[in-house]
Design a protein around this ligand. Structure first.
Ligand SMILES: [Zn+2]
Length: 274
């Protein structure tokens, strides 16, 4: 549209090309570190991001994401139906991350005792596998809603200093609400993990939204769904709690693409005022 207005009548041949291309591929979401992108291509288009195939649905739906530490340059390969591959360079915007010191955690949650390491490893694998389903249905295409609303007490990407010790960055968003507050499915999905008591995560549900897109809900006090069950957008799946590594009740919410966590706030509308 900008092209069209800037070039006016003289540039109409170019404009047509631009307009046709814009129709062929459109998306929302930032090309930035932690950005979640969801869009539509002409059905039959093939896409790949930095060599990784991006599934395109029957209606042209697609999604991809950029990790917290994504490099500044990415290449999106676009092959229209019956056409030639075009490599489009994407400049991935760099973001600054907060530092978040957290104190008052039980020492065993910062440096787990050796006898828990096997359990933690097993649980990490189960979580990883649950987030890597590549289901052909583009369930994510409805868009995401907040699974719970309230004060955001932790943002994506922050560097975590737990009881004074540097730990892995925070890869979700935290919503502080009392234990028992209902948690809604952020989009239609298939339950891939429903565990009452993981060491760090506590009560956890992971939903598969198709095309490698997942959402995760941690520290739950109650779980209302079973593995394999289909849930609707907005359906209650669990309740907020204070299980696992926490200092108080809140929902830790993650969105991922093919196992790479992205910033949920890039996939969601602004948090409603309470
Ligand atoms: Zn969190």
């Amino acid at each position: 549209m900008t092209l069209l207005s800037r070039r006016g009548v003289l540039g109409c041949a170019l404009c047509l090309v631009a307009a046709r291309e814009a129709r062929a591929l459109s998306w929302t979401g930032p090309v930035a570190q932690g950005g979640f992108v969801s869009g539509r291509a002409e059905p039959g288009t093939r896409l790949a991001l930095d060599g990784t195939a991006v599934r395109v649905g029957r209606g042209g739906e697609f999604a991809f994401g950029f990790g917290r530490d994504a490099k500044p340059d990415s290449v999106l390969s676009i092959t229209p139906p019956g056409g030639k591959a075009e490599a489009r360079k994407l400049s991935v915007e760099k973001r600054a991350w907060l530092e978040q010191p957290i104190t008052g955690l039980p020492p065993a949650m910062v440096t787990p005792p050796p006898e828990t390491l096997e359990r933690i490893g097993r649980e990490r694998e189960a979580v990883r596998a649950a987030r890597r389903h590549d289901t052909p249905e583009p369930l994510f295409a409805t868009g995401f809603m907040w699974p719970a609303t309230g004060r955001i007490s932790g943002v994506f990407g922050s560097r975590r200093i737990l009881n004074g010790e540097p730990r892995a960055p925070h890869l979700g968003v935290d919503v502080a609400r009392p234990t028992g507050t209902p948690v809604a499915a952020a989009a239609p999905g298939i339950v891939r993990l429903a565990e009452a008591d993981l060491y760090f995560q506590g009560g956890t549900v992971i939903l598969d939204h198709g095309h490698g897109v997942s959402s995760s809900y941690l520290h739950l006090s109650r779980i209302d769904v079973r593995v394999g069950q289909r849930v609707a957008r907005g359906e209650t799946i669990a309740a907020i709690g204070a299980t696992g590594r926490v200092t108080g009740p809140h929902l830790h919410f993650e969105i991922g693409w093919l196992g790479t966590p992205v910033d949920p706030q890039t996939a969601l509308p602004p948090m409603p005022e309470s």
